[in-house]
Design a protein around this ligand. Sequence first.
Ligand code: F1P
Length: 338
Amino acid sequence: MSITLDEILTQADAWEEAIDKTLIQSKTWLPLLDTASYVLFTGCGSTYYLSLAASSLFQSLTHRPARGVPGSELALNGDTVLGPGKPALVAVSRSGATGETLRAVEHFQKQTGGPVIAITTDKDQPLATLADTAIVIESGQEKSVVQTRSFSSMYITTAAMAAIAAKRSDLTNALHELPDFGRQYIPRANLVAEPIGWDLRFSQFYFLGSGPLYGLASEASLKMKEMSLSVSEPFHFLEFRHGPMSMAGSGTMIVGLLSEQNRQHEQAVLDEMKQLGAETLSLGEIGSTIAFQSGLPEPLRGVLYLPPLQLIAYHRAIARGLDPDHPRNLSAVVRVLQ
Ligand code: F1P
């Protein structure tokens, strides 16, 4: 079996470690966040998109300001990112060795003296040493270049951090249901994803998501590019009407990551695009093309959008004769900004 496919299908095993470690280590990382007046999340590529999703979720659950920024922006344009007050930084990197992320951490430490929490899969790389404390999800490690199980397990880490920092025991208790649910849900999602991936009528993809789901829509769009070399872009749901909808028509697939809170407004966008001739696919808890039926609280459902979208990208790559284990032009770590 392809290593990428295996890593996608077995990712729920890594979710377990992510949840356990985040809870067990909360005595170390929680005080660092609690003394901060705002929290920055940073990373590059996938882990930048993770930072967008994580910061939205953190702010909405804790009611404390949080922002996700690319490592390169914090490293090179720090004055556009750092504000008044005492920040804490959560730096996310699968490899723990990405140049921009390391430079961002150093810049943050020099400018603010604030605490840094690392989320990574490799304890022996520089990020874990640079940070004040590190949550290391070793079972999130991958042989693939493209991030799938590392992304979902590090994202769950941030969701658990937000739930704990918000003192939401209802959410921290429900977190433990995710790995078992994932183990039965992911093979089910694969059955739906495979025929969509093999449908080569589509030449372009748009991924719509709002709130914390925008970062996840961005990650899904990146998977489509990295694995299947397809034209693909993410948008905030209602933004799609403000120009991008000119692209809706035959050959366009619009994927909606539906939220519970704004479902009515979001479904209306999908319905409108369908009338313009685009194909639509929706994901959500119930009543969507891919329905999780998880019974989990909404703030914990984010990770469930990922496996079917990773799988669609994987199957599309295979259908197009590409090898997702060896994506074009990519390497696992980018070390510019040494
Ligand atoms: C970040 C990243 C990956 C991407 C790529 C290069 O890595 O941008 O998301 O897939 O091949 O690196 P990391 O800092 O999370 O290790």
